[in-house]
Design a protein around this ligand. Structure first.
Ligand code: ZN
Length: 109
């Protein structure tokens, strides 16, 4: 079995991501206001964007324990709970039980 590879998520990458999302949302809103007769198109785009964001945020992510450096993955439910700061998340380590700000890692494809 191939060992999974992880890379650290950069704060700049996260900020770029938020900027893209905001641009996208603005585009959809402007489209909706400018061409309300095409509301189904904007509704579809909005939905597609939301699905994409949720998928992006909930899949392919792993976390590195600040105490033992072990990398672990969490369930979607765990991902939705707990404080999240761009590149860190407050989690209990699956390996040593340490509660701390685990670094967000992205699984390399
Ligand atoms: Zn740990």
């Amino acid at each position: 079995m191939k060992q999974r590879q992880y890379q650290e998520l950069k704060a700049s990458g996260q900020i770029a991501m938020i900027a893209i999302v905001m641009l996208y949302a603005t585009g959809v809103v402007v489209g909706f206001v400018g061409f309300p007769s095409l509301w189904y198109l904007w509704a579809f785009l909005l939905l597609a964007g939301l699905v994409w964001i949720v998928r992006w945020n909930l899949t392919g992510l792993a976390f590195r324990c600040p105490s033992c450096n072990e990398i672990f993955e969490i369930t979607v439910r765990e991902n939705l709970s707990g404080a999240n700061l761009l590149t860190t998340k407050r989690l209990i380590c699956k390996s040593c039980g340490h509660l701390g700000w685990a670094k967000v890692m992205r699984v390399k494809e």
